[in-house]
Design a protein around this ligand. Structure first.
Ligand code: UD1
Length: 419
């Protein structure tokens, strides 16, 4: 059933909103659970469709998945290897995370190419080449990856460029290998650290996550755990940008400066007030801000591509011109046309978006093209004058939990309707 969000913009937002656990941490962690033969219980599993879709694949592998509210238990005692078809992988790029754990446990895997948000070609060559460098035999045929790890050995992997997913994939594949595997030029994202924290809680021996080199000392077996995953820094950043536009003492529980250092700095320079405490931040808008001159998306600890659309919405209303350079994904400006429909003044040239601030956005019918673009359009609708309808909201549900209910509790006029 297709749904849309109807928003009557311009309402001031106050009260509390809580940030859910991180989608991008959860997805590899769910896949990594396969490495253990016991029960694994997650105490704070959000209701994101990406998480539900990953659980559907786990069920296919004969893993019992039990959900009671936010508590998600995986019973991994009777897991088995299965070919993972396009029907399962096309909904979720994170399906590629299954390859490493399946190779570690079953020594072979057959999996269709991953799907996911439409933000660029998103190849998986870095994953594949890294596995090959550890001795995995891989044949790519008819849209499937056939991988055999009978001769896989611990060793050295030097990533050709920094990839969050490839770092996580290979890290998981090496946990049960005999000997030491060293990964160079790895991603330093907090989600990589969180995966290492989870695997170590299961009994793995991983050091260096969060730096440029990760070392994995192989262990024979992992044990079950109860685990809570860190908060979603991208969701926190989304709420923060919304609060900077419309907040009046809007309290974001679980938002932390250290997760979004650059965004905090941008916002501190703009017209908004942010108070930090142990549990989160309180943000109030102080009116129209000065445009931030230039910002580019780059791997952590730089500005995240996953907050680029939301920041762009913020800058459409600033005083002056902001240039945003998107370095990660070649097709991540799909929200621009939708924002222009709402009155934004944005010009795109290759990977640059030149945003000249306008005084107002006006409600319009707009279409989400991916998860974070969708979140950006919701912010735009909330700040615009009049009614907006955001279509294609299944993208938003991939990584935000009933966003409209949370924003409505802050005072937004927003509801979910059937198309
Ligand atoms: C992860 C995040 C995603 C975020 C991205 C960048 C998850 C589930 N998703 O995606 O939300 O936007 O990091 O922070 O954690 N690349 C290749 N070949 C590969 C792999 C990647 O060329 O095999 C390229 C990509 O096209 C991109 C760059 O490397 O240009 C970085 O991508 P990567 O870090 O791998 O992103 P994901 O792990 O897919």
């Amino acid at each position: 059933m297709k749904e849309k969000l109807l928003i009557n913009g311009g309402k001031i937002l106050s009260g509390e909103i809580e940030v859910e656990a991180s989608k991008n941490a959860y997805l590899p962690i769910l896949a990594g659970s396969i490495l253990c033969d016991d029960n694994v219980t997650f105490l704070n599993a959000p209701h994101f469709s990406d998480i539900e879709n990953m659980c559907e694949i786990l069920k296919l592998l004969n893993i019992k998945v039990l959900r009671e509210g936010d508590i998600l238990t995986l019973d991994l005692h009777n897991k088995k290897n299965e070919k993972i078809s396009h029907e399962h992988t096309n909904k979720l790029r994170a399906s590629i995370f299954l390859l490493g754990p399946l190779l570690a446990v079953f020594k072979q895997a057959v999996i269709s190419y991953p799907g996911g948000c439409n933000i660029g070609t998103r190849p998986i060559d870095i994953h594949i080449n890294a596995f090959k460098s550890l001795g995995v035999k891989i044949v790519e045929r008819h849209g499937y990856i056939y991988a055999n790890a009978q001769n896989m050995k611990a060793g050295k992997v030097v990533f050709s460029s920094v990839s969050v997913g490839a770092t996580e994939s290979v890290m998981m594949s090496a946990v049960l290998l005999k000997g030491k595997t060293t990964l160079y030029n790895v991603a330093r994202e907090p989600e990589v650290k969180e995966l290492a924290r989870f695997l170590n809680a299961l009994g793995a021996k991983i050091t260096g996550a969060g730096t440029e080199k990760i070392e994995i000392e192989g262990v024979k077996k992992l044990k079950g755990v109860e685990f809570s995953v860190c908060r979603d820094r991208i969701v926190a950043g989304t709420h923060l940008l919304l609060g900077a536009l419309l907040g009046k003492d809007m309290r974001i529980l679980g938002a932390r400066r250290e997760d979004n250092e650059i965004l905090f700095n941008i916002l501190k320079e703009s017209a908004c007030e942010i108070k930090e405490d142990n549990l989160g931040v309180t943000v109030s808008s102080c009116g129209r801000s000065e445009a931030y001159k230039f910002i580019e998306t780059l791997p952590y600890p730089n500005f995240p591509t996953d907050l680029q659309p939301q920041l762009m919405v913020f800058e459409t209303l600033a005083n002056g011109t902001c240039v945003i350079k998107e370095n990660l994904f070649e097709n991540r400006f799909n929200h621009v046309m939708e924002l222009v429909k709402m009155g934004a003044d944005i010009f795109v040239k290759d990977r640059l978006a030149i945003i000249k601030g306008v005084e107002k956005l006006y409600g319009a019918d707009v279409f989400a093209s991916d998860l974070r673009a969708g979140a950006g359009l919701v912010i735009a609708g909330l700040v615009a004058e009049g009614y907006s309808t955001v279509h294609n909201i299944s993208y938003i549900d991939r990584g935000y939990e009933r966003l409209e209910e949370k924003y409505a509790r802050l005072g937004a006029d927003i509801k979910r309707l059937q198309e």
